[in-house]
Design a protein around this ligand. Structure first.
Ligand SMILES: Cc1cc2nc3c(=O)[nH]c(=O)nc-3n(C[C@H](O)[C@H](O)[C@H](O)COP(=O)(O)OP(=O)(O)OC[C@H]3O[C@@H](n4cnc5c(N)ncnc54)[C@H](O)[C@@H]3O)c2cc1C
Length: 329
């Protein structure tokens, strides 16, 4: 990654320190919110010109997991709805510069105005024996609390390949805390303990209102319409290039250096392969999420296909980059 030095030049770390990247090209792989945000921050805070930024996206639209498409005729599709809370500081900072599509306010103002009107306050998080529990207590015993505390500070390398159920005794999975947790964040006992810990840390400050979902915020529309479209428009107006239907299949890395410098980007589009040469002042930023990578759709008559990692562009690229290079995980 590159940092900004006092003389307002983009400067690489390591042996390329001192290179002026302000007029170099920025190639961003993946058209999800991560790349869109990178592009906006580069323009807004890094004085990078939009025309020097290219985003490669393998599908035919931007937004990645933040999707929302369809029509009244064919039905609508959204792979999930995103919850926010007031400490999404980077998100709200970014979107305080992005106008809504009708330009009446910023997206951040729209989200806060909306959540002033529509406050989340669940009166029936759980049901027991056919009756609703108005504000259920968590039901955690001392061993559960101690394990939660231990999880919060456990060194990451000890958690690799471990499940949540490897840490907690079975009674934990019968507590109201767990029922509320797993129905809020879609966790199962066999899911990654590390992922569980990341969520614990991220949402620890919400725990006091957790049994009524206090503090959970929503966008007015789905996140594609409320966030991706306004951000796309803002970037488009600034000349950012979007290469849709373009899968990045590999990166040419200069071997034998500490920095793993990228020299080329291998792309595939409409069955054609080509390589983009990356110059010394250019930057490549790969921000591929993988939550919906390789996902498939079913309908009322057909079950969704169960795809694997080779079916998605994100995992295949990561596996290629990481092969023989432990630094990439
Ligand atoms: C069901 C669900 C519910 C969620 N709920 C919440 C929530 O409540 N709150 C919250 O904060 N977050 C939530 N998330 C997580 C959030 O949506 C994601 O973390 C975020 O959208 C990831 O953005 P991204 O840009 O990192 O990755 P993605 O959105 O995955 O974008 C990656 C993009 O890269 C493209 N791509 C992949 N490989 C290649 C390639 N080789 N070449 C070119 N393009 C490629 C993909 O097509 C995709 O468009 C949820 C996610 C899901 C799926």
């Amino acid at each position: 990654m590159h940092r900004r030095t006092q003389d307002s030049k983009w400067s690489g770390t390591g042996h390329t320190a001192g290179i002026d990247r302000s007029e170099g090209k920025f190639y961003l792989v993946g058209g999800g919110i991560a790349s869109l945000a990178v592009a906006a921050f580069l323009i807004r805070d890094g004085d990078v010109r939009g025309c020097n930024i290219t985003i490669f996206e393998e599908s035919d639209r931007l937004g990645g997991s933040l999707d929302g498409v369809g029509s009244a005729q064919d039905g609508y599709l959204m792979r999930g709805g995103r919850m926010f809370e007031s400490k999404y500081l980077c998100t709200f900072d970014l979107f305080s510069s992005i106008p809504t599509l009708d330009r009446s306010k910023t997206v951040t103002e729209e989200i806060f105005d909306w959540n002033d009107t529509m406050k989340t306050s669940s009166k029936s998080r759980l049901f027991q024996d056919g009756h609703r529990l108005d504000a259920p207590s968590y039901g955690l015993d001392e061993p559960h609390i101690l394990t939660l505390e231990r999880l919060a500070i456990e060194p990451e390398h000890l958690m690799a390949n471990r499940r949540i159920s490897d840490y907690f005794e079975p009674s934990f999975f019968k507590t109201n805390f767990w029922f509320m947790w797993c129905t809020t964040f879609a966790f199962q006992p066999w899911h990654s303990a590390l992922e569980f810990r990341l969520y614990l840390r991220r949402f620890a400050h919400m725990v006091s209102g957790f049994n009524q979902l206090h503090g959970i915020m929503r966008t007015v529309y789905n996140q594609y319409d409320s966030m991706v479209r306004p951000l796309h428009k803002w970037l488009d107006e600034r000349g950012v290039k979007f290469e849709l239907n373009t899968r990045v299949t590999d990166l040419v890395l200069e071997e034998g250096t500490e920095r793993n410098e990228v020299k080329g980007i291998l792309c595939e589009r409409a069955g054609q392969s080509y390589t983009i040469t990356v110059g010394p002042t250019d930057s490549v930023i790969v921000t591929l999420g993988s939550m919906t990578d390789g996902s498939s759709l079913g309908d009322m008559d057909r079950a969704a296909l169960v795809n694997g990692k080779p079916d998605g562009g994100a995992w295949t690229l990561w596996k290629k980059i990481a092969a023989g290079r432990p630094a990439f995980g």
